[in-house]
Design a protein around this ligand. Structure first.
Ligand SMILES: Cc1ncc(COP(=O)(O)O)c(C=O)c1O
Length: 383
């Protein structure tokens, strides 16, 4: 048990290497496949598609690149409306801006902290009235949690609008037994350094529509036409993943199950030890969802007399990294003037931002470290 301030900072989420990555990297070196293509890229795509239960996948330089190509595939262009989760990281939305589209933000519900079907329906009612039906709905899966996909899908189907599922934080989570990333028309994963598995940076585009993946592959490799010379009829991007990073990803995939179990254990220990702390509630695991619990988040009741920043600052002084819950997109100065649809009279995402804290949740965090986090959290709420 740690009883005094540790010298090593306890970070929110960080890479967890197994050593198996090196075997694949060595193979890449030995075969001199040091390129943004290669056998590890092909295998990583195949293994990920199999894991997610989709027909096809495309390894890319980031989750953001995957979202960008996803929107292009759905035909999102200048002036088109895109409905987006408000309570998420800006990377969920920025690609809509790259396409000069117009984001409309949708609130969360209390049960899932994710897109509220009630708010989504309100946004569609308004879209019908104003004649501005969206081209796509970007549904983010916060901290590994699933939204109520049955309800969201049935609303989107009613208006024939496709879902782009941002499963950047939910690789391995399941909704009614199906993997997140496979639930929309198109899905994406991120392998950023803070995610459940990492390639240091990278992303994956997933779909059952093989034509989509074929087209995205073309765009991601500078839209090079089939010709003996460099011929271009479209503008593309340099968005492919390198063979070296795919090698890291394959090594990480071998341990994904273990990493999920470790993150879920971290969540369970928080749940167990914090049930006694008055005024503190954990982000719930929604009905129908088996979350990877990428990050464990809590909310503070006003009865604690503490603000989220009081606690975060106290924890920082104890060498523990905590972070506020994402500041909702409809509150970001860069999106001033964009439409927002709240769940009820009160905006749920605002409430979660104003009371929420993400706790250290790394799969490599030791029990002693977590014990220190919980003890300090208790202390931070005293006095
Ligand atoms: C919800 C969400 N969407 C998209 C991204 C973008 O992924 P990347 O950093 O790989 O571009 C991230 C994380 O970084 C994220 O958390």
């Amino acid at each position: 048990m740690i009883t005094s301030r540790p010298s090593k900072r306890i970070l929110l989420s960080y890479p967890h290497m197994s050593g198996d990555e090196l075997k694949y990297i060595k193979e890449a070196f030995d075969s001199n496949w040091i390129a943004p293509l290669g056998p590890h890229v092909d295998a990583f795509e195949k293994e990920t598609a199999e894991f997610a239960g989709v027909k096809s996948a495309l390894a890319l330089s980031s989750g953001s690149a995957a979202l960008h190509l996803g929107l292009k595939l759905l035909g999102v262009g200048a002036g088109d409306v895109v409905f987006c989760s408000s309570l998420t990281f800006i990377a969920s939305v920025a690609p809509a801006i790259y396409q000069n589209a117009v984001p409309v933000f949708i609130d969360s519900d209390e049960e899932t902290w994710n897109m509220s079907p009630v708010a989504l329906q309100k946004a569609f009612d308004d879209a019908v009235e104003t004649g501005r039906i969206p081209k796509a709905v970007i549904v983010a899966e916060l901290y590994g949690q699933c939204p109520d996909m049955d309800k969201i899908k049935s609303i989107c189907d009613k208006y024939n609008v496709p879902i782009l599922e941002d499963a950047a934080e939910a690789l391995g989570s399941e909704w009614r037994g199906r993997k997140c990333g496979s639930l929309g028309e198109i899905g994406i994963y991120s392998y950023n350094g803070n995610k459940i598995i990492t390639t240091s940076g990278g992303g994956m585009l997933l779909s059952d529509n093989e034509e989509y993946i074929k087209k995205a592959r073309f765009w991601a490799t500078q839209a090079r036409d089939a010709a003996p010379w460099y011929e271009h009829t479209e503008i593309g991007y340099n968005y492919r993943m390198s063979n070296l990073l795919a090698a890291v990803g394959r090594g990480q995939m071998l341990h994904l199950k273990e990493r999920i179990a470790q993150r879920r254990n971290v969540y369970s220990k928080y749940a167990e030890d914090m049930s006694e702390i008055p005024g503190v509630k954990l982000m719930p695991e929604a009905d129908g969802c088996r979350s990877i619990q990428w990050l464990t988040a809590i909310t503070l009741d006003p009865s604690t007399g503490k603000s989220f920043m009081d606690v975060i600052n106290y924890m920082s002084g104890q060498n523990i990294e905590c972070r506020p819950v994402w500041k909702p997109m409809h509150r970001q100065p860069v999106f001033d003037g964009c439409k927002y649809f709240a769940h009820g009279c009160e905006s749920v995402s605002d409430k979660l931002f104003n009371t929420g804290i993400c706790l250290p949740s790394a799969s490599a965090m030791t029990e002693e470290e977590q014990g220190w986090v919980i003890m300090c959290l208790n202390e931070s709420l005293k006095g």
